[in-house]
Design a protein around this ligand. Structure first.
Ligand code: NAD
Ligand code: MG
Length: 337
């Protein structure tokens, strides 16, 4: 059994005694910084000069300084810039300003686990990773609840790394929902696997293939869209509420019989073989090297993939149909935080 920590297990005074800098003010950064501030923690936000989020952070009552000044001042540094930039940020900005006994925190294990960040042995290295997007981490906190979070200790230099991590998790509201102890390896590898084979990659590819199959067979675009994309949310909600049995209980017997007999013909043994292969690439560090090299090359595949999906017929019909559903607030990649 995995240990789960709650409010009573954390000592809020530990993080309140420290100077915390949150570097980055995106999805996670804004939520961590604001929640910590509202929990009475001494926190500053580290943002590059001219960052378009500087005004947002300042307007929210946060102190904004450069990443250099944030690293210099703090004794707990939470790194909340995108994974691919953490290596350079650490080497150029953080490492020269680390002092013995400082703590370096992350919300995902990528950089540490794959060796892009190697802190000196006299520094605590820990992860406090909410299992939800930043806007939820903020909203739940404000509403008095929290988002379940993971805690992992990579390096315990002071002997206090775990207690400090739990105290930080308390400050952002994580202990209200439960904090599960894990390792950098398990968090990083399962997170990458999940987003690649199901949550993002798997679902996205399945939706597009099903849409193409229906429209190529002559069915109307609009019907195909509602069937394979819009309705997915209803099914995911059922899975979320009560697992596979509850989902099957809630759909018709006809749908359940189709699930039982047809599902395995879509996700075949060869799909599981591909999953194992993808997991192997994650475990060996091959995926991490590929992704860092993609960034060094100026992200050509990332940009091409974005362009390709923006022009896909399901996106074109989807934008039109969502505009007719005023209860949906249309979201686009340009929307902030
Ligand atoms: P994001 O893209 O939303 O925001 C990144 C922020 O960093 C922006 O404010 C950007 O301006 C800033 N930034 C970029 N490079 C910088 C630099 N060199 N110096 C200073 N600031 C810089 O990122 P995010 O989604 O909040 O991800 C941050 C971390 O949190 C990642 O490790 C990610 O894996 C983890 N995480 C994200 C989520 C999520 O739902 N988004 C959930 C759990 C963990
Ligand atoms: Mg994830």
């Amino acid at each position: 059994m995995t240990t789960v920590y709650y409010e009573k297990d954390a000592n809020p005074a530990l993080i309140a005694r420290r100077k915390v800098s949150v570097i980055g003010f995106g999805s996670q950064g804004h939520a961590h910084a604001l929640n910590l501030k509202d929990s009475g923690v001494d926190v500053v936000v580290g943002l590059r000069e001219g960052s378009r989020r500087e005004g947002t952070a300042a307007a929210a009552g946060l102190k904004v300084v450069t990443p250099e000044d944030a690293a210099e001042w703090a004794d707990v540094i939470m790194v909340l810039v995108p994974d691919q930039y953490q290596k350079a940020l650490y080497a150029e900005t953080i490492a020269p300003r680390l002092e013995s006994g400082d703590a370096l925190f992350f919300a995902h294990g990528f950089s540490v686990h794959f060796g892009y960040v190697n802190a000196p042995p006299d520094v605590d290295v820990a992860m406090v990773a909410p299992k939800g997007p930043g806007h939820l981490v903020r909203r739940q906190y404000v509403e008095g609840s929290g988002v379940p979070s993971l805690l992992a200790i990579h390096q315990d230099a002071t002997g206090d790394a775990k207690a400090l991590g739990l105290s930080y998790a308390h400050g952002i509201g994580g202990t209200r929902a439960g904090v599960i102890e894990t390792t950098f390896r398990d968090e990083t590898e399962t997170d990458l696997f999940g987003e690649q084979v199901i949550l993002c990659g798997g679902v996205d590819s399945l939706v597009r293939a099903a849409y193409e199959t229906l429209t190529e067979a002559g069915y109307p675009d609009e019907m195909a869209y509602f069937e394979v994309l819009h309705e997915l949310k209803l099914i995911v909600d059922l899975l979320f509420e009560g697992g596979i049995s509850w989902m099957r209980h809630s759909v018709s017997d006809t749908a359940e019989y189709g699930d039982i007999t047809r599902g395995p013909r879509i996700v075949t043994d060869s799909a599981k073989e591909a999953m194992k292969e993808i997991l192997g690439e994650i475990q060996s560090g091959e995926f991490a090297r590929e992704w860092m090299a993609e960034n060094d090359a100026g992200t050509p595949r990332l940009l091409a993939g974005r362009q390709e999906v923006a022009n896909h017929p399901i996106e074109v019909v989807g934008r039109r149909l969502r505009a007719m559903m005023p209860f949906l607030v249309e979201k686009s990649p340009e929307d902030d935080i």
